[in-house]
Design a protein around this ligand. Structure first.
Ligand SMILES: [Zn+2]
Length: 320
């Protein structure tokens, strides 16, 4: 496969991309991959380029014009199954996978891509486990999840785990500038993006999301100087909306991370010119901010374990 080259226009994740591309070049694919990381960070994008490049017949992969590339795009590829929905993944979803994987004809690889793998029912998870225990021939399963801890340990232990970390803000800024040719916008949005290219693009396309985030930040600023009772009342108001809570926590994280960066950069003249999106909270020392960041992470973890959201959030705001 000496002539194969790759064209994956992806923001960041260089090391992951390099190792996946090498595994194609050396024909050393693993039977199971687990792509793990926060939402909108690029897991699905990388996975799609990866599987297309395995199936593509062109020299520049993916070529986007061969029969394989086109049929994957239409989700009609004979040896590729993509399960990508928000609902729970049931055994019915697995039927097509089981069928395709059982067919004997074998030229290239059989590949299954399962997004939101944490939503697999027990039955579905067990059918995946069965495949992982006795993989046959040239077959690859790519599981994608934002909540690795919700998967069966027996599944996790049989996968090559690929952990997606936030993309450096400078890379996001550069890519945003390439798209928008607007320096200020690129710098503003990149600092709100939490290192998630998907979120950065969404913010670029829908400025109303920025307004919403700014609202969450001023809410936070009011909250941490508010009386205890007002903080608890705030929790009572939002506790029922899981999506809102996760948005709030992500925004607070970004806020405190930026505050920390601003503190660390003090005294460094070369850094002082870079503008921070959020004002620096005066009330907290570096140590305090670190504690809050840790606590927000802990709250997020508790929520992913289905702890009562009201309790988890109350615990956090009381510690402000
Ligand atoms: Zn192709």
């Amino acid at each position: 496969m000496a002539n194969i080259k790759f064209n994956w226009p992806i923001w960041g994740h260089k090391r992951i991309i390099k190792s996946l591309q090498n595994s194609i070049l050396n024909d050393k694919l693993t039977h199971a991959y687990l792509f793990s990381g926060p939402p909108q960070i690029g897991k699905m994008t990388v996975a799609r380029y990866f599987l297309k490049s395995i199936q593509c017949q062109g020299n520049m992969r993916p070529c986007q014009k061969c029969e394989s590339c086109l049929s994957i795009e239409r989700n009609t590829h004979l040896d590729t199954v993509i399960i990508d929905h928000e609902n729970s993944i049931k055994i019915e979803d697995m039927r097509e996978l089981q069928h395709k994987f059982s067919l004997k004809h074998q030229v290239g690889y059989k590949i299954a891509l399962i997004n939101n793998a944490e939503n697999m029912t027990e039955e579905a998870a067990n059918s995946i486990l069965k495949f992982l225990e006795e993989p046959k021939g040239k077959a690859v399963i790519i599981l994608i999840t934002e909540a690795k801890q919700a998967l069966l340990p027996t599944i996790i232990s049989r996968c090559q785990i690929i952990k997606f970390l936030p993309v450096p803000i400078d890379i996001i800024k550069k890519e945003l500038y390439n798209l928008s040719k607007d320096k200020q916008k690129a710098s503003e949005i990149s600092s709100l993006s939490l290192g998630r290219p998907g979120l950065a693009r969404a913010l670029l396309e829908s400025p109303e999301i920025i307004k919403k985030q700014q609202k969450l930040v001023s809410q936070l600023e009011r909250l941490y100087s508010a009386r205890l009772l007002d903080r608890v009342n705030f929790v009572a108001k939002v506790a029922k909306d899981k999506a809102l809570i996760s948005e709030i926590l992500d925004t607070w994280l970004a806020y405190f991370r930026d505050s920390l960066l601003a503190l660390l950069r003090q005294g460094d003249l070369s850094m002082r010119q870079s503008k921070e999106r959020f004002p620096k909270p005066k009330k907290y020392s570096k140590k305090e901010i670190l504690r809050l960041i840790k606590q927000i992470y802990q709250t997020k973890l508790l929520l992913s374990w289905n702890v009562n959201p009201r309790l988890a959030l109350e615990n956090l705001v009381i510690s402000f």
